[in-house]
Design a protein around this ligand. Structure first.
Ligand SMILES: C[S@@+](CC[C@H](N)C(=O)[O-])C[C@H]1O[C@@H](n2cnc3c(N)ncnc32)[C@H](O)[C@@H]1O
Length: 245
């Protein structure tokens, strides 16, 4: 029997397909890229990118996560394309070296580093000129909405008042401060993360319809602002500004 398709996998699949397309745009010839997945954890994104042919170094402070990554890499037969290094954002330049990689993936990690501006500055310095950052971060307004709808009003107010939490415009300003040029920004999970699982199970074609709708609303500023996560794709060292969609 086919695996049931879960609503979460709508946003996860959309994110991976979005990133794969953005990486193809960096090198239309399709040459393998040198990718660093900072805080890559157990390697969900790393294995997908290695599966597309890229060489990925996962840097993470957690030995447990790296052990899981090792098992996952071996099972997928991707040991020649994925390396694991224990370290964190503060070690990035020492571990990787300046101007040495094409892409840094930083998904759901900016929230846990000590200094987001310093982490982004380190990312900028390990990228080759023209190199790209794939940044995914949780958004404050979605947390406020989620807590309030669940009846946790106090938590919702605390999330609203928490200036350490990110939102789209604040992240764009952080990227600008680190010398990046924003190329694209998309909300992730704006609708998919709210649709009941039973809808996808009960309605034939609902998964495909929801996937299409999720992609369509992802660049709408209102939906993007309320999406649980936002994905920003930005580059360093561009001589001419690139278009934002
Ligand atoms: C929420 S998980 C995200 C994992 C993965 N990037 C993903 O999207 O599935 C956060 C990861 O950041 C790692 N981490 C924690 N502190 C870090 C730091 N200072 N620098 C880099 N990674 C860190 C954790 O070990 C964990 O694997």
């Amino acid at each position: 029997m086919a695996e049931p398709r879960r609503r979460r996998s709508v946003s996860a699949t959309f994110l991976l397909e979005l990133l794969a397309g953005q990486l193809r745009g960096l090198d239309p010839a399709g040459s393998p890229l040198e990718v660093v997945d900072l805080g890559g954890g157990t390697g969900g994104v790393a294995t997908a990118l290695a599966g597309y042919g890229h060489r990925v170094t996962v840097i993470d402070p957690s030995p447990d996560a790296l052990a899981s990554l090792g098992r996952r890499t071996a099972e997928a037969g991707l040991g020649n394309r994925i390396r694991a290094r224990q370290g964190d954002a503060a070690d990035l330049v020492d571990v990787v070296g300046e101007r040495s990689v094409d892409v840094v993936v930083c998904h759901r990690v900016l929230e846990v580093v000590e200094s987001p501006p310093e982490a982004l500055a380190a990312v900028a310095s390990v990228l080759r000129p023209g190199g790209a950052l794939s940044l995914l971060a949780s958004q404050r307004k979605a947390a406020v909405l989620g807590h309030a709808l669940a009846g946790h009003i106090g938590l919702a107010r605390r999330a609203w008042a928490d200036t350490q939490r990110f939102d789209h415009d604040g992240l764009v300003a952080l990227l600008d401060g680190a010398g990046f040029t924003l190329q694209a920004s998309h909300g992730i999970g704006a609708l998919a993360d709210h649709v009941a699982e039973s809808v996808l199970e009960a309605q034939p074609g609902a998964f495909a319809e929801l996937s299409a709708l999720e992609a369509e609303v992802s660049t709408d500023p209102a939906f993007r602002a309320l999406a649980p996560q936002v994905h920003l794709f930005a580059r360093v060292g561009l001589t001419t500004p690139a278009a934002v969609d």
